[in-house]
Design a protein around this ligand. Structure first.
Ligand SMILES: Cc1cc2nc3c(=O)[nH]c(=O)nc-3n(C[C@H](O)[C@H](O)[C@H](O)COP(=O)(O)OP(=O)(O)OC[C@H]3O[C@@H](n4cnc5c(N)ncnc54)[C@H](O)[C@@H]3O)c2cc1C
Length: 469
């Protein structure tokens, strides 16, 4: 065992939870170390999650524009996909952002080392490098930010070629001819939107009765309608039983609720059925950290059951698996660790974005949840078909739906499906944070012509005063 170093705070993991926590810890004047097992900083989000997928979605969108160039009066006779160039651009984007994290660490005097971190006792962790050499580090406070991995199960192990998770699919060396996607959650529908537009025949198999099952029911219905219209296959209530490798790829067997068995053959199978927390083999079994189905239980300041040990991000129990939540939790944890006052995360005001085509975004209660919570619900809804900017863009699908309480106009939830709605949800988050009412949203002047006018019009629609519909 090599020498022991001492820090005010050590953060294990450099995803959007860990690296943001580290920067804030540096800003707070704490001597900070980040331990990252991979050879680059940034975690799932930067390397195999948020960033590369959004980059590929942009490629797919550009390709779509070429396909529809005629509509915009542009004659474009020859165009094709250069997959290697697409992959190279993705790498450039990711590398630039990873270098940005390195720069921010330097700027804020955050140290980082490559190695596998484990908790070994109060105020102590070990770091094992690629050569197997282990050193001990002392830390007044420790933040666990080890994130999550794609859930896999026996018979569906990724092989890098035919059976894929979010990692392997991003490293494919060609656009597959066909793909079955298990799971119509955010990851499943985003990859469906990428590969369908790049020319892959996509079929999604979802066990639950609807796609994007955590969203408002009307949002799911609109997405399903759009997917079917686009030609993306979607089977709901389809229980996948088996994946059998074939000469041309994989045969995926599934059953319907009536017990009828069916199989689809495709070149590739993407398993997108959720995430498992990275809480094994980090020493927690010897600690007082409490787990719930593998996820770490924390208090509102992200403290675990082990004094001085915090947990943030994807490995936290009951926390949505989102980069911006991980980052916010990281700020709460290190600010608390520094002994400074901090407001806990308000999980009722977390924006959810799914970057499929059409995009989805939401915050707060769905209509069903609001009714079940006993609210007298007032709904305001406005279709993008009646929004001038959506018509200019040639993207008229979808709507904005505001769920409010009839008594005082409290905004309970905002749900959107349509063009660029992931860029629009922050307005609803800000309004809810400021305890604005649906009337406040209606009377806030929105610029014309923008998609955001649909939010204002949906707020007007809550009182049947929408102007353009
Ligand atoms: C395909 C896909 C697309 C996504 N798109 C979005 C999106 O658009 N928006 C969004 O908000 N969220 C998105 N997410 C979710 C988002 O990526 C995660 O919520 C986020 O990365 C969680 O951050 P984290 O810091 O908790 O963990 P991670 O980003 O998983 O980082 C954990 C880090 O810890 C390291 N680590 C693990 N164990 C150890 C150890 N023992 N020692 C040292 N280091 C260790 C890992 O190598 C990793 O770098 C997406 C996820 C996927 C899979």
């Amino acid at each position: 065992m090599a020498e022991t170093a001492k820090y005010d705070i050590v953060i294990i993991g450099s995803g959007p939870g860990g690296y943001v926590a580290a920067i804030r810890a540096g800003q707070l004047g704490l001597k900070t170390l980040v331990v990252e097992k991979d050879d680059k900083l940034g975690g799932t989000c930067l390397h195999v999650g948020c960033i590369p997928t959004k980059d590929l979605l942009l490629n797919a969108e550009v390709y779509d524009y070429f396909k529809n160039a005629k509509e915009f009066g542009i004659v474009c006779k020859e165009f094709s996909i250069d997959w290697a160039a697409i992959q190279a651009r993705k790498t450039r984007v990711v590398t630039r952002l990873a270098k940005g994290v390195e720069f921010l660490f330097k700027k804020n005097k955050v140290e980082s080392i490559q190695g596998y971190g484990r908790w070994v006792g109060p105020g102590r962790i070990t770091v094992t490098d690629a050569k197997g050499q282990t050193r001990e580090i002392q830390a007044a406070k420790i933040v666990l930010a080890t994130g999550s991995e794609a859930k896999t199960f026996p018979g569906f192990e990724p092989d890098g070629k035919t059976i894929l998770t979010n990692k392997e699919i991003l490293a494919l060396n060609a656009v597959p001819k066909s793909m079955v996607i298990m799971g119509a959650g955010a990851v499943g529908v985003e990859f469906a939107s990428i590969f369908h537009r790049l020319g892959t025949k996509v079929t999604i198999l979802e066990m639950l009765p609807r796609a994007v099952p955590l969203e408002d029911e009307e949002i799911s219905a609109e997405l399903e309608k759009s997917f079917r219209h686009q030609g993306i296959g979607l089977e709901t209530q389809a229980k996948v039983e088996k994946a059998t490798k074939t000469a041309n790829g994989v045969a995926v067997s599934f059953t319907r609720p009536d017990g009828k068995a069916q199989a689809i053959e495709a070149e590739t199978l993407l398993v997108a059925v959720g995430r498992s927390p990275n809480t094994q083999d980090v020493g927690l079994e010897k600690s007082r950290v409490k787990l719930e189905r593998g996820f770490v239980k924390v208090d509102p300041y992200m403290q675990t059951g082990e004094p001085g040990v915090y947990a943030i991000g994807d490995l936290v129990a009951s926390s949505p698996l989102l980069a911006h939540v991980a980052s916010r939790e990281g700020i709460v944890a290190v600010t608390h660790a520094a002994g400074k006052p901090v407001e806990p995360v308000n999980y009722t005001q977390v924006p959810n974005c799914t970057y499929c085509e059409p995009e989805i975004s939401s915050v707060g209660l769905t209509e069903r949840q609001a009714r079940e919570a006993g609210h007298k619900v007032r709904i305001g809804k406005f279709p993008f078909a009646a929004n001038s900017k959506a018509t200019i863009l040639g993207s008229r699908e979808g709507f904005v739906k505001i769920v409010s309480d009839e008594t005082y106009g409290e905004i309970l939830g905002v749900h959107m499906v349509g063009p660029r709605v992931t860029e629009m949800i922050a307005e609803a988050v800000a309004a809810m944070r400021l305890e604005g009412t649906v009337e406040d949203l209606a009377y806030a002047i929105h610029p014309h012509p923008t998609l955001t006018e649909a939010v204002m019009e949906a707020a007007h629609a809550a009182h049947d005063w929408a102007i353009h519909f």
